[in-house]
Design a protein around this ligand. Structure first.
Ligand code: SAM
Ligand code: SF4
Length: 462
């Protein structure tokens, strides 16, 4: 597969099993200084088995997360707009040959209605998700840009969606340019597996069956003017340690060619899906222990990159992973086109079975309970802090000052407009506690924002 040297990765993994004395400590110290780790250093951490080492990796991941992003966890919801698919990915309920799946491509009216349902819950940030309908990149790009326009146009009680990200099949550079112009934030595309043979078996037909087309799509997105990208692995298809190192090779390629790495890394694990037995036959199932470790190692390896977790994971696991490095999380999700209006029944068009069914209010409550600040912030995109500009702030950890303030401001908006009375009280107490830790200038700024919100102003940010 292009950009991935499988032989080199296998060798590094083998050497990682016997780290030289002090190598794990050195890797951890380098990461605590917020420097990206090499493949070798990452391999030492991934291979570590001693309880004491793993505990130190977890503690360091929590610290790095705090140093870069502070206490905030950004919340978003996926909005599935299409499940008619030309591909046959063996793990996905949307695959073409799955004839027990009901299919839908949402009309603009349906997209509007889904958006309003999400606005009513309090969401400000959406991830548009779509299957790959056809080979016609231009028609696909038109469908996506139309959907994005519709989403931005919706309003509920003066609240609008402030940022739309998208996870969709590769487009031409022109198609990506159109997406960028429509106002998307991050373009997300998961390689699923970086192991060539496994990739070909898991994607037997359709445009997605070519692994090189897939991995080059992120380059094409950059060429189309998108400088904010998200990558990911579908864990379970191949050995997770190989996948982590290959994903880092992909990061190295992007940094070398475009000067910036991915803004986000997603870590889905395969879930049961209608019309596929993949979850029972998952060839390289990642245990909960390995999963915790791989998230923590990713946090240490690429300290500046956001890590995204979806509702594929169970509540307890999600709660733990917030601490270990996850910085963005989906909440109260449906993976069926039209699911927010019709209810989330997998048999009525969902992509896979979700494990976390809590409402947005419950997740906000839980995050507050564990000392995290739920955030609906979208400021970076709107202040053009993307690509290089974002990395310049994220790499040294200076972004957290802005993240922290914006998190408190958007939380206050959520509490005033959408939260249940109980969560509102909890949230106010958290804001008061967080204020105590600010310096005098920041305190004054926060007080001003709070007064403005109380007098009806919305959507302020730094
Ligand atoms: N169709 C586009 C594609 O494949 O790139 C984009 C959207 S696809 C609906 C989003 C992601 O869902 C895929 O990239 C894959 O990683 C994930 N996915 C598919 N089936 C899954 C399953 N059974 N469990 C967990 N994640 C799954
Ligand atoms: Fe289609 Fe994406 Fe599902 Fe593959 S993962 S079948 S491309 S929706």
């Amino acid at each position: 597969m292009r950009y991935i040297d499988a032989g080199k990765i296998e060798n590094i993994l083998e050497r990682g099993k016997k780290p030289p004395r002090g190598a794990i400590d050195e890797a951890i110290s380098k990461s605590l200084a917020l420097k990206r780790l090499s493949l070798e250093e990452t391999s030492f951490l991934l291979n570590s088995r001693r309880e004491e080492d793993v505990r130190r990796i977890f503690d360091a991941a929590a610290l790095v997360k705090k140093r870069i992003y502070g206490d905030r966890v950004v919340l978003f919801a996926p909005l599935y707009i299409n499940n008619i698919c030309a591909n046959n990915c063996v793990y996905c309920a949307f695959r073409r040959d799955n004839n027990i799946m009901s299919r839908r491509r949402l009309s603009p009216e349906e997209i509007a209605s889904e958006t309003v349902s999400l606005l009513k819950a309090g969401h400000k940030r959406l991830l548009v998700v779509s299957s790959e309908s056809a080979d016609d990149s231009e028609a696909e790009a038109d469908f996506f840009t139309g959907a994005i326009r519709t989403i931005y146009e919706q309003e509920y009680m003066k609240s609008r969606i402030r940022r739309v990200n998208i996870n969709c099949a590769p487009l031409s550079a022109e198609g990506f340019r159109a997406l960028k112009l429509s106002g998307i934030g991050t373009y997300q595309l998961f390689q699923e597996t970086y192991h060539d043979d496994t990739y070909r078996k898991a994607h037997p037909s359709g445009p997605k069956s070519d692994p090189d087309r897939r991995i080059s799509a992120i380059d094409t997105a950059f060429e189309g003017g998108i400088d904010d990208v998200g990558i990911g692995v579908l864990f379970g298809l191949y050995d997770h340690r190989f996948e982590v190192l290959a994903l880092l090779s992909h990061v190295e390629h992007l940094e070398k060619k475009f000067g910036v790495g991915p803004h986000t890394i997603s870590v889905p694990r395969i879930e049961p899906a209608l019309g596929t037995d993949i979850s029972d036959t998952t060839p390289h199932k990642v245990s909960d222990d390995d999963f915790r470790k791989l998230v923590a190692v990713l946090r240490l390896s690429v300290p500046y990159t956001g890590i995204i977790l979806s509702t594929r994971e169970e509540p307890e696991m999600r709660d733990e992973l917030f601490r270990l490095g996850v910085s963005q999380v989906s909440a109260a999700s449906s993976t069926a086109p039209g699911g927010y209006s019709t209810g989330n029944d997998p048999e009525s068009g969902g992509q896979f079975v979700l494990q976390d069914h809590r409402s947005l209010d419950e997740i906000v409550s839980r995050l507050i309970g564990q000392g995290s600040v739920p955030s609906f912030c979208t400021a970076c995109y709107r202040k053009a802090r993307t690509g290089q500009a974002f990395m310049d702030l994220a790499r040294p950890g200076t972004i957290k000052g802005k993240c922290g303030m914006n998190a408190l401001v958007t939380l206050k908006e959520y509490l005033d407009d959408f939260a249940s009375p109980e969560v509102r009280e909890k949230g106010y107490r958290l804001i008061a506690r967080m204020k105590d830790s600010l310096d005098d200038d920041e305190k004054k700024m926060l007080e001003k924002f709070m007064r403005n919100i109380e007098s009806g102003m919305r959507d302020e940010y730094v």
